[in-house]
Design a protein around this ligand. Sequence first.
Ligand SMILES: [Zn+2]
Length: 72
Amino acid sequence: MSGREKCRACGRKLAAQAKERSPWYPFCSQRCRWVDLGQWFDQKYRLAETKGPLGVPEGDKNRANGDKSERK
Ligand SMILES: [Zn+2]
C-alpha cells in the first residue's frame, strides 16, 4: 500500500509520480542528489588517496569508470 518512495538522502517522501516528473528522482531535490553524490565521490577520493602520493595510475582510472557504469 505504500506507493510513495522516499528520498535516498534524507528519507523525505517523494511527490507522487516523482519517478516520471522529478529530475532529481530518486531524491527529493537537487540538493539531496548532490549530497548523495558527494558522499560517494568522497569515498572514492579517499580510497585513491590511500594508494599513494602519486595518485591513481591511468589504467586504474579507466577501471574505476567501468565499475561505475556496471553498477547502475
Ligand atoms: Zn531529500
